[in-house]
Design a protein around this ligand. Sequence first.
Ligand code: GTP
Ligand code: MG
Length: 169
Amino acid sequence: MAVIEIKLCLLGDSGVGKSSIVHRFVYDSFRPYMENTIGAAFLTKTMIVEGRTYKFQIWDTAGQEKYRALAPMYYRGAAAAIIVYDITRESSFHAVKLWLAELKRHASPNIVLAIAGNKNDLEDLREVSYQEAQDCAKSHGAIMIETSAKSAINVASLFVEIGRRLSNL
Ligand code: GTP
Ligand code: MG
């Protein structure tokens, strides 16, 4: 059967767990001391969703401010984008709104958008409510899911949901 190649990028503040989510998805493991990404990292993973075979070509971008200007190279032409924030850091959720605005202006108009509230294993430190994130996602027609790269919660589901959306386009 044909393999559908999907260019996907992850965006979001440094330290929210973009690389950890990708690591969990691709290798099903968690490294507690992941280095900050430099520029961007590229990984692929094939997954079957509802009978279709998707090969995700994943661009894991660097969140540090000095790499900010590189982002358009990765979201341009992307079929899907995952904007990640850390549920324990309000400022990282603010950054999600800025990314949504930027993607709306500059990314492909039919891009599938997903917002991932990561580190949901750290409930005691929560600063961003589930409802607040859900409302934001809804107003942008985006998927919203809380994940934990550490405990593996919802990481596969995040990509399954993206696959579902892609198959409905
Ligand atoms: P940049 O590459 O600088 O943009 O950062 P990043 O978004 O790729 O973050 P990274 O995956 O490197 O994770 C940053 C830190 O958060 C690391 O110490 C991770 O171990 C930790 N971390 C990532 N995901 C989780 C999670 O789900 N739960 C917890 N408790 N810690 C996490
Ligand atoms: Mg990283």
